[in-house]
Design a protein around this ligand. Structure first.
Ligand SMILES: C[S@@+](CC[C@H](N)C(=O)[O-])C[C@H]1O[C@@H](n2cnc3c(N)ncnc32)[C@H](O)[C@@H]1O
Length: 225
């Protein structure tokens, strides 16, 4: 993908903040995602969280994992993580609230073993419960406002199949202060709660090479065994 300069990226982020605030004021706080994908008209430089690559924390985790199975990618955006999992042997279902994102992702990544779906994490098909060997959430909970996030977080663990994994990746708030978003870096206690009905097997906090000094990231993994 082509890249935006730093100033352009800062402007885009400011614009996204405005879109998110407007959506909150209108009583439909998640509506700005579909709007952003739609007004981008296929220009991926308008989607600041999409850099054309799978998340490196996911790659590291997946490379150490021997078994494969059915993977559910939550809020897949433009589908880099879903495509990566499919290429490495997972049978993938990837969904997003935005139907434009899902259609766009399915055109970019034409791997055969991915099913793309427009679905809402808050209202998933009943048959998805306990059905996935891997449930992957990257940058979703931190992108949605706190009231909705609390509910959304409870929807992840019940999706995991026996002996399956829940993997969550995002920004962590280590400041002890409330930060402005989106994205809203998550408190450690909140993250721990996401998988509290499962067994936690990993909790990693790390920065990425080009991160600004105040950015901290986490990978959290649980097993349902
Ligand atoms: C910050 S983006 C991250 C996208 C992708 N996971 C990535 O890392 O590139 C957040 C994504 O979550 C999706 N999303 C937000 N609320 C959702 C919901 N309730 N159900 C499903 N997807 C949702 C948005 O449409 C958007 O694509």
């Amino acid at each position: 993908m082509s890249e935006r300069g730093e100033q352009e990226l800062a402007e885009l982020r400011k614009h996204i903040h405005k879109m998110a605030r407007k959506a909150e004021d209108s009583g439909d706080p998640l509506a700005w995602f579909e709007n952003l994908y739609r007004i981008s008209e296929g220009d991926d430089t308008m989607i600041p969280w999409s850099d054309g690559h799978p998340h490196p924390f996911l790659v590291e985790w997946n490379e150490q994992k021997a078994s494969r199975g059915r993977a559910l990618v939550v809020g897949c955006g433009l589908g880099e993580d879903a495509a990566y999992l499919a290429r490495t042997g997972w049978e993938v279902t990837a969904f997003d609230l935005s139907s434009t994102a899902v259609e766009w992702a399915s055109k970019i990544h034409q791997e055969p073993n991915i099913e793309w779906k427009a679905e809402d994490l808050l209202n998933l098909p009943e048959g998805w419960k306990g059905a996935w060997d891997l449930v992957l959430e990257v940058h979703i909970l931190q992108a949605i406002p706190p009231e909705i996030r609390q509910v959304a977080a409870t929807r992840l663990a019940p999706l995991v199949a026996p002996n399956g994994n829940l993997v969550c990746i995002g920004r962590i708030n280590l400041t002890g202060e409330e930060l402005d978003g989106p994205p809203w870096p998550l408190e450690r206690q909140f993250i721990e709660e996401i998988g509290s009905q499962l067994n936690q097997t990993e909790f990693l906090i790390q920065n990425r090479p080009n991160d600004e000094p105040e950015v901290n990231r986490y990978l959290a993994v649980w097993n349902s065994d």
